[in-house]
Write a protein that binds this ligand. Structure first.
Ligand code: COA
Length: 181
């Protein structure tokens, strides 16, 4: 049973993110950062910075509610181009974050599936991300969505916040190469 079937189509909808969603998206982003295992970033960006860096066609929010735009934002996903070089136009880096109270209900997986569909439809062939090895939930949902581990990058960067501030951390480079292009 897919995550969408599990929740029921009336319970959950994935729609394009709008500027009005930003306060909720930013709060979910901050809660993810607070886990200490989502990103090296110590704070979410401003809307202006997010808007400038994320591809407009592939920013999604998962909403709970009876219909589109009725409910609170439960999670979000977005991509950024990895390069301005034309040959890499089909390669993007993504993020996926789910609100703490909504985790473990299939929303992360749903957002990934919708992001894959959206990017593939636009001719994007590779989605990649860097995940901390400790983020086993993220690694698990990505593996199930067809991502593979490219490799572990050792002592990639230093944490600047939280209980392990100053510590060098490894990241796992993962990617999903579409088979339809
Ligand atoms: C990572 C995150 C997006 C996952 O979203 P989610 O909605 O909780 O995930 P889902 O409910 O779709 O899937 C969880 C799955 O992982 C599985 N899982 C959880 N922990 C696991 C573990 N340690 N090992 C293996 N599988 C695990 C669950 O069993 C579930 O699988 P199932 O649906 O087959 O039962 C969410 O936890 C989150 O927002 N974390 C903070 C931000 C973050 O880390 N983002 C990713 C940055 S790389």
């Amino acid at each position: 049973m897919s995550p969408r079937e599990q929740l029921g189509p009336a319970d959950l909808v994935c729609v394009p993110m709008t500027a009005e969603d930003w306060p909720q998206v930013q709060a979910i982003y901050r809660a993810g950062i607070d886990t200490g295992h989502a990103t090296f970033e110590s704070a979410p960006p401003t809307w202006e910075a997010f808007d400038a860096s994320r591809s407009t066609g592939h920013r999604l929010v998962a909403l709970q509610g009876g219909g589109p735009r009725d409910g609170a934002v439960l999670g979000w996903a977005a991509v950024s181009p990895v390069s301005t070089c034309e040959v890499y136009a089909g390669v993007v880096e993504h993020s996926v974050y789910v609100a703490p109270h909504a985790r473990g209900r299939g929303i992360g997986r749903l957002l990934l599936d919708e992001l894959i569909a959206s990017t593939e439809a636009a001719g994007i062939w590779t989605i990649q991300s860097s995940v901390f090895p400790e983020n086993t939930t993220s690694l698990a949902i990505h593996q199930r969505a067809g991502f593979r581990t490219v490799g572990v990058r050792e002592r990639m960067a230093r944490m600047t916040y939280g209980p392990v501030a100053g510590q060098w951390r490894d990241t796992v480079l993962i990617e999903r190469r579409t088979t339809i292009l």
